[in-house]
Design a protein. Structure first.
Length: 55
């Protein structure tokens, strides 16, 4: 858990300073999670497509 918090701070919080309040941090977090979800969905689709092509 500690490593995830550190990555969150390194990847999102520090590079986009200054934050103007909690709402900015929440919005940034939402965008980051949405981007991660899209990338995971694409990776899953690619794995399924590759498995179907091989089998």
């Amino acid at each position: 858990m500690e490593s995830q918090i550190s990555l969150y701070k390194i990847e999102l919080i520090k590079p986009r300073r200054p934050w103007h309040g909690l709402a900015d941090v929440e919005l940034g977090t939402r965008h980051r999670l949405q981007r991660f979800s899209v990338l995971e969905a694409r990776a899953a689709y690619d794995r399924e497509r590759d498995a179907a092509a091989q089998g």
